[in-house]
Write a protein that binds this ligand. Structure first.
Ligand code: ZN
Ligand code: ZN
Length: 174
């Protein structure tokens, strides 16, 4: 996701360029690649280049209820400023931006969106991912994935309190 912005740095403030993004990156850092697609608009500001984008991707996650791996779609609404580090005409180095940790454009005027997209995608991952909203989860007794159908355990309820009750009943019956 590297874009040469030399032309845009020379353009007047408010100038925009639109780009179609289609790139495979490793979002979670575990070697699983995700295809990132969407549109990004770059705008020249008085001090930087503002990148705004709407991108989509998906990552492989584990369902918090049934523990199955699934592909989770993510929407990425990117908005980041990129500060030039070299003067576009003279090549002279420019002062670092005030905000530490800001994204920068390298001395060859290449703006690389990859790291920002990765960070935004990570933030878009749900805390408790579910393979589907009504995921049935695992049977607490036999561990079967109930999305694949009932497991045949004698108790229909997944509430473990019922299990205790039934144990008591059985003991009484002895
Ligand atoms: Zn699930
Ligand atoms: Zn079961």
């Amino acid at each position: 996701m590297q874009i040469n912005v030399a032309q845009l740095l020379r353009a007047s403030i408010g100038s925009v360029r639109d780009y179609e993004i289609k790139k495979i990156i490793d979002i979670t850092g575990d070697g699983v690649n995700s295809l990132v697609q969407g549109k990004v608009r770059l705008m020249r500001t008085n001090r930087s280049i503002l990148a705004k984008g709407e991108l989509e991707t998906d990552v492989e996650l584990t369902c918090g209820r049934c523990l199955s791996p699934f592909k989770c779609p993510l929407k990425i609404n990117l908005e980041e400023e990129y500060y030039p580090t070299a003067d576009v005409d003279t090549g002279a180095p420019l002062a670092a931006p005030d905000e530490p940790g800001s994204f920068t454009i390298d001395e060859n005027h290449i703006l690389d969106l990859t790291e920002a997209v990765r960070q935004y995608a990570l933030l878009a991952i749900p805390m408790k991912p579910l393979c589907k909203e009504n995921c049935a989860g695992l049977c607490p007794f036999c561990g079967q994935n109930l999305n694949r159908g009932p497991c045949g355990c004698p108790l229909k309820s997944a509430d473990p309190r019922w299990a205790e009750l039934s144990k008591l009943k059985k003991e009484k019956g002895k």
